[in-house]
Design a protein around this ligand. Structure first.
Ligand code: SF4
Ligand code: SF4
Length: 336
């Protein structure tokens, strides 16, 4: 049986019909989609952000008020204490650092020897009261994954807001002075590219070479890896597609580019997403679409039970074609 929310499909498309993702997997002999493990908790600390990017799948911004409470963070820490299989805590938002308990969560995870990833927009370092963040992140050896959708100012400012490029470059230079992005320091700094429009990302390795060359030449910036991520047809990016009449063609592109070898490693098979209110989802995208876990699974972080979650059936929808198109896409970049 398909898990796809068919009314959503109808709402997305007027003439092109997106097949249910699960049905598509069935026709390729890859259904049902189930989890293989839970090695990562992806924690969404809320929708508050100092930016309002065009493609934000969280619909985040300065006016949002949703923010994870300390009680919920303590429930996450409790889960870590009883689940050694979870090796990584991947912190996202909004701008997760805007949550007043961000540093508490990082410290508690590191005390428990978990790898911590901060999905950082870089400009948050310039928000009042946040200038200490680069040193804090370095002290705790937090891996930073930062969005920089181009090495050219015009493209970045078009997608992320005026002045974002200059502040991002300055933030990256600060991180470099602390050792981030440099061999042998153990301080990892990865950049994220996503296309400006409704196309698939170019090959990750080739683009990484371009980024490294240009960012070094123009700004003397070091970083470790470039992660290319496909734009998901949800939230603000979907609105953009609607306004430009490109919903159908984008879905057709994603479906036409379905790559069977990506299915093994889509990120929902090894992570669980925790929403700002403590609700569990198969991934951050499902969370934004209000798609909870299947009803047979625990629904809240306070009820976390590894045995009932590590092989759970995954709830899918037409947006899942975004993860399996081309070289595949995940929060860690391409899949193949
Ligand atoms: S910085 Fe990230 S969370 Fe904030 S608006 Fe931009 S894409 Fe959304
Ligand atoms: S959007 Fe991607 S990660 Fe999320 S459930 Fe679908 S395939 Fe899995």
């Amino acid at each position: 049986m398909s898990n796809s929310p068919l009314p959503l499909v109808a709402a997305l498309s007027s003439s092109f019909t997106t097949p249910a993702f699960e049905d598509f997997l069935t026709s390729h002999g890859q259904a049902p989609l189930t989890a293989k493990s839970v090695s990562t908790l992806q924690v969404n600390m809320g929708k508050v952000c100092n930016q309002t990017c065009h493609h934000c799948h969280v619909d985040a911004g300065p006016q949002r008020t949703e923010s994870m409470a300390k009680d919920t963070i303590d429930q996450i820490i409790d889960v870590l204490d009883r689940t050694p299989q979870i090796s990584t805590v991947d912190i996202t938002g909004g701008a997760p650092e805007m949550n007043p308990h961000f540093e508490y969560l990082v410290e508690q995870c590191r005390i428990r020897d978990r790898k911590v990833i901060d999905r950082c927009n870089l400009t948050v370092f310039y928000v009042k009261g946040k200038s200490h963040l680069p040193e804090f992140l370095a002290l705790h050896k937090v891996e930073i994954i930062a969005s920089l959708p181009c090495y050219q100012e015009t493209n970045v400012d078009q997608q992320r807001g005026k002045g974002v490029f200059d502040r991002s470059i300055s933030a990256l230079q600060t991180l470099n002075t602390l050792g981030y992005g440099k061999e042998g320091t153990g301080l990892h700094l990865h950049l994220v590219y996503n296309p400006l429009g409704p196309s698939l990302p170019p090959p990750q390795h080739d683009l990484e070479q371009d980024y490294k060359k240009e960012l070094m030449r123009q700004h003397e910036i070091h970083f470790n890896q470039l992660l290319t991520i496909t734009n998901m047809p949800i939230s603000r990016f979907l609105e953009d597609l609607r306004e430009s009449g490109q919903v159908d063609s984008y879905y057709a592109l994603l479906q036409k580019s379905f790559n069977t070898t990506t299915v093994e490693d889509v990120m929902c098979r090894s992570l669980i997403s925790v929403g700002w209110d403590g609700r569990l989802s198969d991934c951050d995208f499902n969370q934004m679409l209000d798609l909870p876990l299947q009803s047979s699974s625990p629904q809240w972080i306070r009820d976390f039970n590894l045995a009932r979650l590590e092989h759970r059936p995954i709830v899918t929808g037409p947006h899942c074609f975004g993860c399996t198109a081309g070289a595949g896409s995940s929060c860690g970049g391409t899949l193949t």
